[in-house]
Design a protein around this ligand. Sequence first.
Ligand SMILES: Cc1ncc(COP(=O)(O)O)c(C=O)c1O
Length: 306
Amino acid sequence: MLPFDRRTGHIWYDGSLVDWSEATLHVLSHGLHYASSIFEGIRVYRGEPFLLDHHLDRLAASARILDFTLEYDRETLREAAREVVDRAQITEGYLRVNAWRGSEIIQTAALHTSVHTSLAAWELPAGYYAAADALDTGVRLVTGRYRRPSPEYAPVKSKAAGNYMIGTVSKNEALRAGYDDALLLDDCGNFVEATGAHLFFLKDGALHTPTTRCTIDGITRAAVLALAAHRGVETVVGDLPPAFAQEAEGAFLCGTACEVLPVASIDGHGYQVRGNTLLRSLVDDYRALVEGRLDVAVENPWAPVP
Ligand SMILES: Cc1ncc(COP(=O)(O)O)c(C=O)c1O
């Protein structure tokens, strides 16, 4: 795959579209040195960024948690998103929004730095997140090396670049060992999520998912909870110890990138994927939702209070 810095097109950078190769930042940027950097990943379906306002509102919340304020309001970023997607003529793709502190100061405290913003979009090839047949076969997960810190120890509710080192190292190790992703536990040893997706189990006709105490509140997770309610499926949110993986009849991941993705096994314990009718209907419902064939409202807890 062509490296991202060698691609062509246009990137929205601090208020205007610039040539892809000119969307650079200085090596002495606070965002690079101290991870004062946040982002959103947004899917584009049929040329439209999906749940765009949810993502832009979460971006603003992530900035507030890292003690900075975005330079642009939601309306400006909404138009910027449409501009980059339209300019690149993307129908099925991905939009990446970043915001980070600039280079006025290189020390921990950063009260007076500039804040920069970029939006870039690209077509998403099949198999970007998981193998093309993963919807049928499921992904194989293994418990990762690192745990998600509790909210007392890190700004876990911010989609902050710094929080991702845990996932990168854990997923690298999982891939090297022949798995598809790592599952991260929390400070108490309960399941939290995979490295870039939330986790659900299926048991006795109900869905069970961990709390989000130690991670971001997911937009796809909210969509799945809404779809389950729409189907009249019971959902239980609570602490799930690793032993729950043995009791469950099935599992799936969900996230902007992986959508609703069946799990084939957790730490070697296997699940039936093809024959799991509830799981298949949730996969189908999510597809119908993103394609606009199903009208179910998805909660946006980050929306500004009018
Ligand atoms: C660590 C982590 N957990 C969960 C998710 C899924 O969240 P969402 O459904 O909002 O994409 C993501 C992706 O954004 C993530 O990076």
